[in-house]
Structure formats: C-alpha cells, structure tokens
Design a binder for this molecule. Structure first.
Ligand SMILES: [Zn+2]
Length: 138
C-alpha cells in the first residue's frame, strides 16, 4: 500500500497528464500515472479519434510508455478524470493493469470527498484471466 505522500505525487502526475488529453468528442479528459517497482513514473492520457472505437484510454497510454522503456511491473497506478470522482478504470483497463500487476499493485483514485483512495487490482478484477491460464495450456 502507498502512503499519503506517495499517493499525492502519483495522483498529481495523473492530473498533469490529463491536461494533455485529446478528448474533443467526449470532453472527458483522463490522465493516468504508473509508479513501477523501479521507482519510475510513466504517464498517459486518453487519445480519442474521429473513428470513435480507435480511441485509447489513459491507462493504455501509460502502460505503453512503461513497456516501451523496458519495464513491466506496476506498483501503483493513479487515475484522474476531471469530470468524475472517482474515475475508476474501465473493464478493459482493469485487464490491462492486471497483466503487469502483482498481489500488492494498487489503483489510486480520488473519492467523492476529494480524498485519495487505493484499491488492490485484485479487488477491481477478481479471478482475473492472466498469463498463468495461458501457461497451463502450452
Ligand atoms: Zn479504459
């Protein structure tokens, strides 16, 4: 679990990323920031497209940035949506986060009262499908 200072730093990075979101169609800018096990922060924002299904979530952008730099272990991911408290990850992003998580990985969001909250990914995506299921078939 993260302490209050760690949550604030990561959440600030997510909020900063949301300011660069490309969300002209939904007007729902979102930012995400990942802290990896190495201590590095990677951020992403949602990027919409005129062909709506092509758009990507902020979490996907942050994960792509992390993987592109050679890291694959999410310690925590903060998500900020200016128009939603809390701004929880969508189902697809819960699966994306789970792929690079361990039992201590947390998702940090801002609650209705403005306080930061953390949720273990296993609580948001219980009984997740993951690499282990594929390994048993190989
Ligand atoms: Zn998503």
């Amino acid at each position: 679990m993260f302490d209050a200072m760690q949550m604030e730093v990561l959440f600030d990075a997510a909020r900063d990323a949301s300011h660069r979101a490309y969300a002209p169609y939904s007007a729902f800018p979102v930012g995400a920031a990942i802290l990896t096990s190495s201590g590095t922060i990677y951020s992403g924002c949602n990027v919409e497209n005129a062909a709506y299904p092509v758009g990507t979530c902020a979490e996907a952008g942050a994960i792509a940035a992390m993987v592109a730099q050679g890291e694959q272990q999410i310690a925590g991911i903060a998500i900020y949506g200016a128009r939603a408290n809390p701004c929880m990850p969508c189902g697809a992003c819960r699966q994306r986060i789970s792929e690079f998580s361990n039992p201590t990985t947390v998702v940090i969001t801002q609650g209705h009262d403005g306080s930061l909250q953390q949720h273990p990914i296993a609580e948001l995506l219980p009984h997740a499908f993951g690499p282990r299921q594929l390994a048993s078939t190989l």
